[in-house]
Design a protein around this ligand. Structure first.
Ligand SMILES: *Cc1c(COP(=O)(O)O)cnc(C)c1O
Length: 416
């Protein structure tokens, strides 16, 4: 009989979003009169329409495909040159980062990239993961065979966990045991915290000294407003030799359903073969793409490039400003209730401490049952997420204002 990939059997059973969906569906079924009051601030999906620059570009691209003259078939596997150039210039060279057009690899999003990248790395790498964490880094590494068995606390043998807590300002400390691959995310999902220049410099220096690889997820870069926070890891000297950056248009341009993201693979980045040879990852990544993918569709690439036009820039700025104002309303509501909260300032998430005595699932259930508000329990993002809930600011203004009012069920007088 044929064999399966047994690494899948090591995935921990805590299916966060399905469990949330199950509880919400059960509540709606038992309380049919209240079901229409439910407001979802759980999953991090956008709610506002795409910027007009993107939809206009897509319409025009569809017309191209409808005629003989401008018809396009297979795209180049790594993206059209004009798109890669717009990205390299708009996101990197304009910020002083020396990134070439051919170091940009267009894809259908960061989530697929997070798993694809593991195909070009060897087995047996020691992986460091922050806690709490975007679950995709954990599960893709488990599937790739980089972990041992799951433990009862939801963690896996074989990973090095880097706690992000109120005490360290949600900025992970350097590992005390050797690691080969480090997953970082700033602005962070779920905590909303950012890594400042000093923190990122420490990580880059560590990675260079230990020949480790940093996988830097900057999906929320467009929400940074604080001038002192780096937008890219390549703002740090030496990062070209040790870091891959992941970007997504999902949150900046509302592309969660359109699907487009990219990786930055610097040509200076080298890994080791088992015979000790130093091999550039750039060539492997290019080979991986040309073999396993036929790239991103013409309408989507046109829409992606349009986000970098002056109109596109202004529109994505307005869009991210809108969500940041939502986040600010939610954070103020938490603070007025005396709940410590991080995020919101450079991120569309509020990471709020649960009122004393409540676990994160208790707080989730309380908000669902008493306020019909869906959040994400912090424990679902890792052991160190216990005692927190994540509230997403991706919603309409009216819903956010209503949620801010309903959060009062978390007031100390309202809970035990
Ligand atoms: C939303 C998100 C992404 C984007 O994923 P896509 O597949 O591009 O939609 C990447 N990383 C994190 C941490 C996210 O929250």
């Amino acid at each position: 009989m044929f064999r399966i990939n047994e690494n899948f059997l090591k995935l921990s059973a805590g299916y966060l979003f399905p469990e949330i969906a199950r509880r919400v569906a059960a509540y709606a079924k038992e309380n049919p009169t209240l079901a229409s009051r439910i407001i979802r601030c759980g999953i991090g999906d956008v709610t506002e329409p795409l910027p007009a620059a993107a939809t206009d570009a897509m319409r025009k691209a569809i017309d191209d495909l409808a005629g003989r003259e401008n018809f396009r078939g297979y795209p180049p596997p790594n993206g059209y040159d004009f798109v890669r150039a717009a990205i390299a210039q708009g996101d990197f060279r304009s910020r002083g980062c020396a990134i070439d057009d051919d170091e940009i690899f267009l894809s259908d999003g960061s989530k697929p990239d997070a798993s694809a990248i593991l195909e070009i790395l060897g087995t047996g790498n020691r992986v460091a993961i922050t806690d709490p964490v975007y679950p995709v880094y954990v599960d893709t590494n488990v599937m790739a065979g980089n972990s041992g068995s799951p433990r009862t606390d939801g963690r896996h043998e074989g990973f090095t966990y880097l706690p992000c807590t109120l005490a360290n300002g949600f900025s992970p400390e350097l590992p005390t045991q050797p690691v080969d691959v480090i997953h970082l995310c700033s602005p962070n999902n779920p905590t909303g915290a950012t890594l400042d220049r000093d923190a990122l410099t420490r990580w880059v220096d560590y990675a260079r000294e230990h020949h480790a690889l940093i996988m830097f997820d900057a999906a929320y870069e467009a929400f940074i407003r604080d001038e002192s926070i780096p937008h890219s890891i390549y703002e740090i000297d030496g990062a070209r030799e040790c870091a891959i950056e992941f970007r997504s248009l999902s949150k900046v341009g509302g592309f969660t359903g359109v699907r487009c993201g990219y990786t930055v693979m610097p040509k200076a980045l080298h890994g080791a073969a088992s015979d000790g040879r130093s091999v550039a990852l750039h060539g492997l990544w290019m080979r991986r793409w040309s073999t396993c993918s036929n790239g991103v569709s013409w309408p989507v690439q046109c829409a992606a490039a349009a986000l970098y036009s002056p109109e596109g820039r202004a529109q994505t700025r307005a869009l991210t400003d809108f969500y940041l104002e939502n986040a600010n309303l939610l954070e103020c509501a938490c603070e007025s209730l005396g709940l410590a909260a991080s995020g919101a300032r450079n991120s569309p998430y509020v990471w709020a401490a649960c009122p004393k005595g409540l676990s994160s699932w208790d707080a989730f259930d309380l908000l669902l049952n008493e306020a019909q508000v869906v959040t994400t329990p912090g424990a679902g993002f890792g052991k160190c997420g216990e005692g927190f809930i994540r509230i997403s600011a991706f919603n309409s203004r009216a819903n956010v204002q209503e949620v801010a009012r309903r959060l009062t069920v978390l007031a100390p007088s309202a809970t035990r």
